[in-house]
Design a protein around this ligand. Structure first.
Ligand code: CU
Length: 315
């Protein structure tokens, strides 16, 4: 799958205010610790060289204890560590503020082996490819549907566990447009490593347009092949797991397919979304994601093709 337009994946290539705050704290910590290292190691090396034993030296002066020195070398590190502790506390307050009664802007649900995204304010439901508006203060609620997953986009800063029955909050204020990649970061089963997150930060205008198009119920097909595909989709087991708005498919255990044609990838980023790949996926998803919870339903190539054709028209 071609994800070459994605930004370089690194915590230092941050895309949110929270990511920046965390990296700033990291650098400040490093600088202070570097100062410590240089001072202590410098004094040590100076002492070793200046006061080393030379031939003819007698016993050095024997002294014991110095309250003043003890107070100084306890007080200085104490002040520095209290300062670092205070900085850490205040950064925690920024990246993880109390949510109070605030409702999430997006609910993220980790499933074996894909991500569900629900936008409660607009009713949009999608999978794997997340869209976020630039500059908004967002609260994401991270949930787990089956086992523990972990939502991690390094460019966004924090990693947040998706625990069944225990929602966690993740606060994001995107400060840069682009495609940022992430990955489930808690081993969750055979396809854990193919549980990719594709997070698109777009301008508020683009986000509004995207939301509008996602909230629309796609027009019913008129084409003969698509009509046949829809009939197969509704009569073969697909509707046990998937939903498509405006049809009798309402199951919610698998990715919502209402606007599958708008997604660039299939199977959480394993293959590009086009008619050929989708036909192959419907025939046998296991060839791309062995252990995936979508079974091989033993459709013929022409049946799979017609279903894929129908799905590729769901815009
Ligand atoms: Cu996972």
């Amino acid at each position: 799958m071609d994800l070459s337009s994605a930004q370089f994946t690194s915590i230092f290539n941050f895309a949110t205010e929270q990511g920046r705050t965390l990296v700033d704290l990291l650098y400040l910590n490093l600088w202070i610790c570097l100062g410590f290292l240089v001072t202590v190691a410098g004094l040590l090396i100076f002492g070793i060289i200046k006061y080393r034993h030379r031939p003819g030296d007698g016993e050095p002066d024997q002294t014991e204890g110095s309250t003043t020195l003890e107070i100084i070398w306890t007080a200085i590190p104490l002040v520095i560590f209290l300062y670092l502790g205070w900085l850490t506390f205040s950064v925690m307050g920024i990246v993880y503020p109390p949510a109070g009664k605030r409702q999430p802007d997006i609910t993220v649900i980790g499933h074996q082996f894909w991500w569900e995204y629900r936008y409660p304010k607009s009713g949009v439901v999608t999978a794997n490819e997340l869209y976020l508006p630039l500059g908004s203060d967002l609260m994401l609620e991270i949930r787990g549907a089956d086992v523990i997953h972990s939502f991690w986009v390094p460019g966004f800063g924090q990693k947040m566990d998706a625990i069944p029955g225990h929602p966690n909050n993740l606060f994001l204020k995107p400060i840069r447009e682009g495609l940022f990649l992430g990955q489930c970061a808690e081993y969750c089963g055979s396809q854990h490593s193919l549980m990719r997150i594709m997070a698109n930060v777009v301008s508020p205008k683009e986000f509004e347009a995207w939301t509008k198009s996602q909230a629309k119920v796609p027009a019913p097909p008129t084409d003969k092949t698509a009509l046949h595909g829809r009939e197969l989709f509704m009569s073969r087991t697909c509707i046990q797991c998937h939903s498509i708005a405006g049809t009798c498919a309402t199951a919610q255990v698998a990715p919502d397919l209402t606007h599958i044609a708008d997604r660039k990838t299939i199977g959480a980023g394993v293959i590009a979304n086009n008619l050929e790949n989708l036909t192959e996926w419907i025939m046998d998803p296991q060839q791309f994601k062995p252990g995936s919870l979508m079974p091989n339903m033993r459709l013929t190539k022409s049946e799979a093709h017609d279903i894929a054709f129908y799905l590729e028209n769901l815009k």
